[in-house]
Design a protein around this ligand. Sequence first.
Ligand code: KQY
Length: 372
Amino acid sequence: MNILHSTPQKDGFYMPAEFSAHDGCIMIFPHRRDSWQNGAYAARKAFAQVIGYISQSEKVTVCARYEDYDAARFLLPPYVRVVEMESDDAWARDVAPTFVTNGQTIRGIDWGFNAWGGLEDGLYFPWDKDNKMARKLCDLLEVDSYDRRDFILEGGSIHSDGEGTLLTTEACLLSRGRNPHLTKETIEQRLKENLGVQKVLWLPCGIYQDETNEHVDNICAFTAPGEVVLAWTDDTADPQYALSKRCWDYLMRVTDAQGRALKVHRLPLPKPVTITAEECDGLDDMDGEPTRRPGERLAASYVNFYIANAHVVVPQFGDEKDAAALAILQKLFPTRKVVGVYARDILIGGGNIHCITQQIPHAGSLQGGKSL
Ligand code: KQY
């Protein structure tokens, strides 16, 4: 497929909102023994449940390494496409292309990937297999792609409303391990020209202990143009309180690209989720991921959901707030069925349902795309 060196904005392309129609979803079969406990056995089951929901309304493509192909093919239903593709880990949100559309066709953006911070504070080395996936996927899907490997960016660090506004966090995009040679203004310019947006909203921070340098997709997400959910706790003694409050204050004073004040819905957080000694024992110590320690707090948040054509798939933690989170989201997505998947085994890897998925927008998505 063609490699493009112009910019999506110049070519009339933009990133549609996740709540616009999708043609499909990309995922990766987990395998990394220092990310997923007990050889990823339980994580694979959780991924399969997520796939089970999404595949009811979208074509799901799962990338599996050669040595995992049979396990993936056996576990997943036949209507899920399993393709052999090498990867370093399983975070499709961050290593698959970000897709842009002009309303008639889609193209992919191949960002640079350095495992969330490279040699500065990245989470594993090497990451070269992950860094090649966006190009391979564009070839597989037969879409042209923009070569942006000179700019480090992960899909989990951006959310678009499809109407000219992008959400991100300063903590992540200005971190030293990504593009330290670029100023905030230049980074903003790159976001605008590649994602076809007119305004970038810079939340200051994300979720406490989020090892991605606080990706936006764990703290805040668009549910409609002009509307977001924000991960929230009322517990002022929790270190998360100050982080959520800073984001709340910011969101209260900004307007989006259309000049609208944002409607902000608070989505409660579960009680702090910590990893057990037994779970730590199930993780291989390797010369890669920082080793988790028993009692370490994980970055659990209900905001890390995936908006499929017919469902919203939401992480559940066995917490008393699980049901409330589903109920709040069901009100915000009245045309979709909001469903929960017990996601502790995904969380142990360091992310959640949004992080393991990447939507392929419908080629005909309208500006601001209507939900189905
Ligand atoms: O949250 C994400 N988008 C990825 C998390 C990566 C964690 C690696 N251990």
